[in-house]
Design a protein around this ligand. Structure first.
Ligand code: ADP
Length: 273
């Protein structure tokens, strides 16, 4: 009887512990929902007034509301740059929230690697000319395909490219390569910029974290871009890493499982070879 009493007691304790764990898990889930709703509401509520601010700035800048003195123009430039920064921050916050709450959907389909890389480069041409950066491409392994979400991959590559341009000196070169290595497809983005000191990996891929001090920056950033990029890579079973030397430059690698030509792809298209 003693043994069965002891057994009963430990069974009761186990049951209570299980209930407690369940309660904690529920509370954590509720907190996550609240957090995600909060970010989403705040981001949307910030976006609307910001659009109106930007619209007004553009209108004044156009000269249609009257002549601008040089002083007014330079103040307006500051307002414009800062509202642009705010817009980027809101976009990044929204993306992060969608990613973490699982709301960001990924539609994976067979993609041509070269095309995807070219689309990303094209989307950063404005950035490149603004910073006087020359972009070189070395695209090997034509016809290589990967499973991916086109828009998200372009976004990830865009982040790598814009960072490479942002952290380079004027007149610098950014080299983009694509090649295959066995069943892996690798895209690299190399710059001749400021470089990243050793041991800064957590800050590079962290949330809201930056390596350098903000005074040295040519353009602001949120410190979210590479965190989002890493999450996009993970959703593609891709790996992201970098090699860097201070004062010499940095290269970021994004590595995917490529679709072997012999493997049937489910888009109905015939294998390319
Ligand atoms: P940010 O909005 O600051 O660009 P990211 O998440 O994209 O945020 O990058 C985080 C930090 O990593 C940057 O602030 C910068 O310090 C460092 N970093 C990223 N890419 C490069 C690069 N190509 N060269 C030097 N530093 C870089």
């Amino acid at each position: 009887a003693d043994i069965s009493w002891q057994f009963y007691q430990s069974y009761r304790r186990g049951l209570e512990q299980m209930k407690m764990i369940e309660k904690e898990a529920e509370a954590a889930k509720a907190a996550l929902v609240v957090k995600s709703q909060f970010v989403s509401i705040v981001s949307h509520e910030l976006r609307t007034p910001l659009t109106s601010i930007k619209g007004s700035i553009d209108l004044i800048n156009s000269g249609r509301t009257g002549e601008l003195s040089p002083k007014t123009r330079s103040l307006l430039d500051i307002a414009g740059r800062n509202s642009q920064r705010l817009a980027l921050l809101i976009d990044d916050l929204l993306d992060l929230q969608k990613m973490e709450s699982g709301e960001m959907s990924f539609r994976l389909e067979p993609l041509d690697l070269h095309e995807t890389v070219r689309d990303a480069i094209e989307s950063t041409t404005g950035f490149a000319s603004k910073f006087g950066i020359h972009v070189e491409t070395r695209l090997e392994a034509p016809g290589c395909r990967i499973m991916g979400d086109h828009d998200r991959l372009v976004q990830a590559l865009q982040n790598l490219l814009s960072n490479a341009m942002k952290f380079s000196r004027e007149g610098g070169t950014v080299t983009v390569t694509a090649r295959t290595d066995g069943s892996r497809a690798r895209v690299s983005v190399r710059d001749t910029g400021v470089g990243i000191p050793d041991g800064a990996e957590d800050r590079v891929f962290g949330k809201f974290t930056q390596v350098d001090s903000s005074e040295k920056r040519k353009v602001g950033g949120t410190g979210l871009g590479l965190n989002i990029t890493k999450q996009i890579a993970e959703r593609h079973n891709a790996t992201i890493r970098y090699e860097s030397k201070l004062g010499v430059g940095t290269v970021f690698f994004l590595e995917f499982e490529s679709i072997a030509d012999s493997r049937p792809v489910d888009d109905g298209a015939a294998p390319s070879r």
